[in-house]
Design a binder for this molecule. Sequence first.
Ligand SMILES: Cc1cc2nc3c(=O)[nH]c(=O)nc-3n(C[C@H](O)[C@H](O)[C@H](O)COP(=O)(O)O)c2cc1C
Length: 381
Amino acid sequence: MSWCYRHLLRPVLFAQNAEQVHNRTMGALAWASRHGLVSDAIGSFFGAPAAPIELFGLKFPNPVGLAAGMDKHANALPIWPALGFGFSELGAVTWHPQPGNPEPRIFRVIEDEAIINRMGFNNPGAQALAQTLAQWRARGRWPGHPVGINLGKSKITELEKAAEDYANAFRCLQSYADFFVINVSSPNTPNLRKLQDKSALDGILGAVQELQEKHLAPPGVPKPILVKVAPDLSFEALDEILELVPTRKIAGIVATNTTIARPETNDPIRQRLYAEPGGLSGRPLRQRSTEVIRHLYRQTRGALPIIGVGGIFDAADAWEKIIAGASLVQIYTSLVYEGPGVVRTIVAGLLERLEEAGLNRLSQAVGLAANERGAIGKPAH
Ligand SMILES: Cc1cc2nc3c(=O)[nH]c(=O)nc-3n(C[C@H](O)[C@H](O)[C@H](O)COP(=O)(O)O)c2cc1C
């Protein structure tokens, strides 16, 4: 399947405008999502083997999730388990609906298996998303795997009012997701990444947790709140975020978002593409995102769950993230480059690696290699 996708379908898709291909693909997946038999057929083709893992009190059928940015409208929510994903992260969604940046805003760097995007949180807004999610629930099409929602800041909201903006979206969506990700790391909303500063992030998390504690929205069970970080942060800046973990009850870190850094190249085509503003994802991000994961794991001595994302294309890449300290992983760009069979291939490969390592459960592999070179503390798993 992967061969067919790479050599037959992908060249046709890549000859067309990237955002139009994305929209048409999402349209087809949304259609399939509305038809149980079609979803089942897709599931029998692309479903992944069981590789269960438990985290945040949630049961994940496997550790490979859909990264934020793919399904901002939740139009294809029921299809993600059928494509093998062990969980899905919807959004980013903001309190106010917004169109995002002008097109073109997605660029493929094919030779490097990378994408540059400056979408700018194009999304229908939290209230519209809540309606869509309510409809999936009413139709009995809610997926059988954990669902997260990625929350961003509305562009029109001033930075000083960011806490209120995130809290509004959270209140509206609280009952529709199993976990939430506070996204303060997208490079495409002006100044958003300043919210990674300790005091700003403290304010946002405080506002969200206050809502949870007051049980303003049903059900009363608090939802795990994670923070998604940029790969461009220094280790010192990451450590400052970690200082908020106990006080603000951060349940985990998603590491990482896209990078504003660019690989060096003498190739004029790549130079032209890399000059486009936006966040870079895919293969060139792999190493840095693993470094961030390893640092976070070491600093927290394995006590804080990490979702590893950035440049995962195969089981070797996913295993690298897991043994660096990630309990779960996510993909976006490899779905574009490898096609829909990629999740099953990664999960099957992870199970093989587990067996080779003589381990029974994936949780035993988490952080195995994090303490090599300059280790502090022992892995907790
Ligand atoms: C087109 C596009 C849109 C994205 N939108 C979001 C977003 O809305 N929120 C977010 O947290 N991350 C977003 N991301 C980042 C991904 O979730 C992921 O962190 C990043 O792409 C690295 O993973 P990858 O190399 O597997 O793509 C987006 C990525 C791409 C390519």
